[in-house]
Design a protein around this ligand. Structure first.
Ligand code: ADE
Length: 226
């Protein structure tokens, strides 16, 4: 999968993809992330990419022209399955969105700043709008990093134990059960006996029960399929 990210603060995206599982995904050739600095594509002086909004009001808006120039340049080289705009008024990002996007070949992600991007870019280029939650960040970069991480780890071959993503919280609308590792007795706090039983059926049944319990306590809406 190839992901092109458009940003006015590309430095913010330098670290998130250079560690751990995202780094492995790229070194295995399963994921390519390209971050583009929008200021390199503006026809305006001094790297200008934003301007006052028509109609007045506080806050700058990202101008359509630099975005259109860069988007069209990228589209000349390949087709995109989705052109995504990160915005707090987008559709809420959920595990099922990540699952679906992890099967795509080429994604473009536009990070907004200031008051956001000119509406005409949303109308004429953007195919999908994503919010990572009901709060406002100062820009789309951290949200884009969240989305790329959630998608990247699902690309087949990225996780060593292929099955492990299947048991993540939110797959099957259940939160994940508790997990334990050595030692079995830490300060007198002991691991549930069933996990030491060596009986995979019993372990599975216990995990399912705990996942249900945890979901009912913390996120009952998931059990109602909301
Ligand atoms: N940009 C600013 N806030 C955001 C959010 N909550 N989700 C996605 N992009 C954003």
């Amino acid at each position: 999968m190839r992901i092109d990210i458009i940003s006015v603060v590309p430095d913010l995206l330098e670290s998130p993809f250079n560690h751990s599982i995202m780094k492995r995904a790229q070194s295995r050739g399963l994921l390519e992330v390209h971050v583009h600095n929008l200021r390199d594509y503006t026809p305006y002086k001094q790297g200008q990419v934003d301007d006052y909004q028509y109609g007045g009001g506080a806050g700058m808006v990202m101008m359509p022209e630099p975005l259109a120039i860069l988007i069209e340049k990228l589209k000349e080289d390949r087709g995109y399955d989705e052109i995504i705009y990160m915005t707090p008024d987008g559709g809420l990002f959920e595990q099922k969105t990540a699952n679906r996007l992890s099967l795509k070949n080429n994604l473009m992600i536009i990070c907004g700043h200031y008051k956001g991007i000119d509406e005409r870019i949303r109308q004429h280029f953007v195919t999908m709008e994503i919010s990572i939650g009901d709060y406002v960040l100062s820009g789309g970069e951290l949200a884009a990093a969240v989305v790329v991480d959630a998608i990247g780890r699902l690309i087949p071959g990225v996780l060593n134990d292929e099955t492990s993503a299947l048991f993540d919280s939110y797959q099957d609308n259940l939160l994940a059960p508790p997990v334990y590792t050595r030692p079995a007795d830490f300060r007198g706090w002991v691991v549930p006996e069933v996990l030491l039983s060596g009986d995979p059926k019993k372990v599975d049944a216990w995990r399912h029960e705990e996942a249900l319990k945890r979901t009912a306590e913390r996120r009952p809406n998931l059990l109602e399929g909301e």
